[in-house]
Design a protein around this ligand. Structure first.
Ligand code: CA
Length: 224
């Protein structure tokens, strides 16, 4: 899942970004409200973590501008502890959740995951394609009765594919949502990861769920 993080405090942003990446999120960091608005407007994100205290355009103004432009990306606001009026204003402006500073990383990650689950529209805690099941709460993947052990990045990739089951996803779409680094367009990282997933998910199973769409990308779909 691809996250936009708007925060000017380097100590916090560095720590949060590293932690989120370790959890398998793709994170893009910007340090000003202006950059936050333009990024949120121009690029696809699955969620935005937005600090209220920013120099120049503050977080609440960013939120207002983003919602006025019709962008519905879920927003988690970060704010100083105890500032109730700020919190209410944020929620009225269309924030989806709120976390006071200082916060525990575990809580930030849990809230972010809850936000992403809610925004998938179906209150889903798991995805299922054929006999392949991915549980967002326990972070487990099962192929029939066999448990599939995945790294966090592999889990993130499979989650993105299963969330869009039945749709063909291009390599660029997959890169954007699952990795945050700028890629050399000739890189085959997506293909390498798909091969790994296939070995773990499809090998030995009756039918395949991860399909290559020649010249376009990949699609997760049950053959049955
Ligand atoms: Ca700040």
């Amino acid at each position: 899942m691809r996250i936009l993080f708007v925060e000017d405090e380097k100590k916090i942003s560095t720590l949060v970004r590293r932690q989120l990446r370790e959890e398998g999120f793709a994170v893009e960091l910007v340090e000003s409200g202006e950059d936050g608005v333009s990024k949120a407007t121009l690029e696809p994100y699955d969620a935005i973590i937005l600090d209220i205290m920013l120099p120049g355009v503050d977080g609440l103004s960013v939120l207002r501008a983003v919602r006025e432009r019709g962008i519905k990306t879920p927003v988690l606001l970060l704010s100083a502890r105890g500032d109730v009026s700020e919190r209410i204003e944020g929620l009225n402006l269309g924030a989806d959740d709120y976390l006071p500073k200082p916060f525990a990383m575990d809580e930030l990650i849990a809230r972010l995951r809850a936000l992403l689950r809610r925004s998938s529209g179906e209150q889903l805690s798991f995805y299922k394609v054929g006999d392949l099941a991915l549980n967002l709460l326990s972070r487990e993947v099962w192929r029939g009765k066999r448990k599939v052990e995945l790294t966090k990045r592999e889990f993130g990739l499979l989650e993105f594919l299963m969330r869009s089951a039945g749709q063909v996803l291009t390599r660029t779409q997959i890169q954007q949502h699952v990795w945050d680094y700028q890629f050399d367009p000739r890189t085959n990282l997506v293909d390498v990861y798909i091969q790994r997933l296939r070995r773990k998910v499809d090998e030995g199973a009756g039918d395949r769920v991860i399909h290559t769409v020649r010249g376009v990308g990949y699609c997760v779909e049950s053959e049955g």
